[in-house]
Design a protein around this ligand. Structure first.
Ligand code: HEC
Length: 384
């Protein structure tokens, strides 16, 4: 390339750059979701090793607009990891909360913690909204590192937190070996409520530290299955594969699932319709939903218990309520209408209406077959 052409190219580049980083009045109408200019600015910045976003307000505006339009993309993460723009903390938090179960949430959580948002997450973990609280606990589990015990132990032993939040806190704590030791201490001092033992057993018995697993084995065991074999940990179960056809039978007969769940037109409507459950839950989440239902109660399927003035307790799902009447659906699928005036007390229960011990109806292989089958139940457009 001759010198004059090189000069020309450099000059052209310089001009285009001036355009990028100096105020360039934009047309008055609304911004498109992702303007080509913002994209160009972002791509240029990503190629520069050193770039101070704070000293270039125009470029910064472009970056913020771009980030808002591209949440979750690779470039989004590159940019927020590098610049951590405080203006986006709230949006990043919301993004992570809705991705708490996937790797994007985990990646974003690390940035949140680096931006000093740990306390915000901790507050959410104690909030009343169970879905948000569980999501916040999961995010902390991915990012809080050495602070995990300090954050999670109080939650696990808290009398106020729900079983779901506490189970999630156990899994989060178990992400570090130090955390596993803390959990083991809670177990050995008998400070763990019974409904949390399944979650704790899964974490500790599958520890990569054989001493932790062995010590935990003195205090905890997984429940027995139909052939009296103890249940393997969920970490082991997810490695196995089963027969879809056999699983379909198990759902309908020994498993009794059909008594409470609908599949298309079959089944009873006590629990959620499972016709497309394979699109919603991962293999691991499916095992947890079946084996430890109280650790992840589906939204709108919380159990209530109503004590009437005659001293009877009616337990089930709250189907409807008016000023005069409350309808509760029992685990047999029967809707009971109760006069509100006769209710002495009505309380949300920490337990799922789904039985906690369904594994005893199945052998390990049958359980694996059942999950294999459930994973094939998908929405038409999500593929097999
Ligand atoms: C006595 C009724 C009952 C029986 C029997 C029962 N379930 Fe459930 N199930 C429920 C209820 C109620 C919920 C919602 C509360 C919860 O999430 O724990 C639920 C939730 C679920 C969920 C989570 C659904 C979601 O949308 O997240 C799955 C998966 C599930 N059940 C699978 C099964 C399987 C498989 C069986 C058979 C082995 C079974 N259930 C047996 C009542 C039941």
């Amino acid at each position: 390339m001759s010198l004059s052409i090189t000069r020309f190219v450099l000059l052209a580049l310089a001009i285009s750059w001036m355009h990028l980083f100096t105020a360039w009045p934009l047309p008055a109408q609304e911004q498109p979701a992702l303007s080509p200019r913002d994209k160009l600015v972002v791509e240029t910045i990503l190629r520069l090793k050193e770039f101070k976003l704070e000293t270039n307000p125009v470029a910064k505006e472009s970056v913020l607009r771009y980030l808002r339009a591209q949440a979750g993309s690779d470039q989004y993460f590159e940019l927020i990891e590098r610049f951590r723009p405080a203006e986006l903390a709230e949006e990043l938090l919301q993004f992570c909360l809705s991705h708490a179960e996937d790797s994007k949430g985990a990646r974003g959580a690390a940035v949140l913690v680096a931006m000093g948002q740990t306390e915000q997450l901790q507050q959410l973990a104690q909030a009343n909204d169970a879905v948000q609280a569980v999501a916040a606990v999961r995010l902390l589990g991915h990012a809080a590192g050495k602070d995990l015990p300090r954050i999670m132990v109080p939650l696990i032993i808290s009398a106020e937190a729900s079983t779901e939040v506490r189970s999630a806190a156990i899994i989060a704590l178990g992400r570090s070996i130090v955390g596993q030791r803390e959990l083991l201490t809670l177990v050995s001092k008998n400070q763990l409520d019974d409904q949390l033992k399944f979650a704790a057993a899964n974490v500790l018995l599958s520890s990569s530290e054989s001493t932790i697993a062995a010590e935990a084995g003195k205090y905890l065991e997984l429940p027995a299955t139909a052939d009296r074999q103890p249940l393997p940990t969920i970490a082991e179960l997810v490695q196995r594969r089963g027969s879809v056809d056999a699983g379909s039978q198990i759902f309908r007969t020994p498993g009794t699932c059909i008594n409470c769940h609908k599949l298309q037109t079959e089944g009873r409507e006590v629990g959620p319709d499972l016709s497309t459950i394979g699109s919603k839950l991962s293999r691991e989440a499916m095992y947890v939903a079946i084996l430890d239902p109280s650790s992840a109660i589906s939204h709108n399927f919380e159990t209530y218990a109503a004590l009437t003035d005659e001293g009877t307790v009616i337990t089930g799902l709250l189907i409807s309520q008016t000023d005069d009447e409350v309808t509760i659906r029992t685990s047999e699928g029967i809707d009971k209408r109760i006069d509100r005036a006769s209710i002495e007390e009505m309380k949300k229960q920490p337990k799922s209406l789904m039985p906690q011990d369904l594994q005893r109806l199945m052998t390990v292989q049958q359980l694996v077959d059942l999950v294999e089958y459930l994973l094939t139940l998908r929405t038409a457009n999500s593929g097999q």
